[in-house]
Design a protein around this ligand. Structure first.
Ligand SMILES: *Cc1c(COP(=O)(O)O)cnc(C)c1O
Length: 377
């Protein structure tokens, strides 16, 4: 980034990322593999730099959402296994195989299409089978009355030619919630997952080298569910309610600068809609960040940001490229000074709560206009 253009940027701490990886890895049972979830540009942290670090650090697998995200990693020098979590049209089977990607399969009809396409090439596509144990999203149905059908479909899938079913996985819907009902739901999901795998082995003689189900919530709350591989995303980046307890560190610090400072008399309305009116002589700063940078407009008048001398309450509607903050109590803050939107001084979890959302969404929202600046040490 050109220093003269300093406007708004996201500092990404690679040492913190390495630290988080090491801490999570240390807590895993011996022999358990580590898959780093780097979908959505590694939750806004930059998929390639994050993946290169994980590859170097010795992670076993990466996961992305779609083919384009996987291709970005391969062309950037990532040689490790990459699992595509979403659907890829069978027309791309050759590309999947040539690039060595692992494709999720969540229905028998799709497995058949991949099998035919791979057969026509005389090659084999590596797949992981996805079970729907209660998330009700992608995956083979296997709950309740669907159990036998689910098991039989999994077996059929494994017996198709030109497919190599290396793994099987499922996804938890409430593993990060600690109430009793959520806990029993997660345990039910886990038991069903294990039952399908066991029954498929007994009935169909199929064996999976990599069984995995633990997302961030499960890595923290259910270490006994690690199986052959864990699949954390948010935790790796140092966020979530339990990240502090594990000694993890947030990797992103979103920083903006003060563009100008003006003084208003009491009774002055501020920004679009005139939803804030000063009630005293006010020293108001304009920050170079708005909703086009990823600061949600819903936070208008509901948050504070960390300046050098303390917290500056945000005032008036957040605009596309700017927003205003009250600097009356922070006389030492000057034009061009840095203001932290979230990071070590301003907790992302609290900001997410104020926005009525989750830290995931605010991280992904940091837009491509915001340069990522990688901190090496
Ligand atoms: C996004 C995702 C994860 C990671 O979830 P976190 O809550 O960020 O740990 C794991 N598995 C699947 C299938 C996902 O889609």
């Amino acid at each position: 980034m050109n220093d003269l253009q300093k406007r708004t940027w996201a500092e990404i701490s690679l040492p913190n990322l390495k630290h988080n990886y090491t801490m999570i890895r240390k807590a895993l049972p011996e022999g358990c593999r580590f898959l780093g979830v780097v979908k959505a540009d590694a939750y806004g942290h930059g998929a390639l730099p994050v993946s290169l670090l994980l590859q170097e650090a010795g992670a076993d697998y990466l996961a992305v959402s779609c083919l384009d995200e996987a291709l970005e990693l391969r062309s950037g020098g990532i040689t490790m296994p990459i699992l595509i979590l979403g659907h890829t049209p069978p027309e791309y089977t050759k590309l999947l195989i040539d690039q060595g990607f692992t494709q999720t399969v969540s229905a028998l009809a799709k497995a058949r299409e991949y099998s035919v396409a791979a057969g026509a090439l005389g090659k084999t596509l590596k797949i992981h089978i996805k079970l729907d144990t209660g998330m009700s999203r992608l995956g083979f149905l296997c709950r309740g009355d669907y159990f036998n059908l689910g098991v039989n479909n999994v077996i059929a899938c494994c017996h198709l030619p030109n497919l190599e079913a290396e793994g099987i996985y499922t996804h938890f819907s409430v593993s990060d919630e600690t109430d009793e009902e959520s806990e029993s739901y997660t345990r039910e999901q886990f038991e069903l997952f294990c039952q399908v795998i066991d029954t498929a082995r007994e009935r169909g003689g199929v064996h999976f080298a990599i069984r995995h189900c633990a997302n961030s919530g499960a890595v923290v709350h259910y270490p006994e569910m690690a199986l052959d591989m864990v699949r954390p995303g948010l935790l790796l980046y140092g966020y979530g309610d339990d990240s502090g307890r594990l000694g993890l560190k947030p990797c992103m610090r979103l920083v903006t600068t003060v563009s100008t400072i003006k003084h208003y008399e009491a009774g002055t309305s501020v920004s679009y809609g005139r939803h804030f009116v000063t009630d005293r002589h006010t020293r108001m700063g304009v920050l170079a960040i708005g909703y086009a940078d990823g600061l949600p407009r819903i936070l208008s008048n509901k948050c504070s940001f960390a300046a050098a001398g303390g917290f500056a309450p945000q005032r008036g509607n957040i605009c596309m490229d700017m927003c205003m903050v009250d600097l009356t109590e922070l006389p030492q803050t000057e034009v061009a000074d840095e203001v932290e939107i979230f990071g070590p001084s301003n907790d992302l979890n609290a900001l997410s709560e104020a926005a009525g959302t989750i830290p995931y969404e605010l991280l992904c929202a940091v837009s491509k206009r915001v340069p990522r600046v990688y901190i090496e040490e």
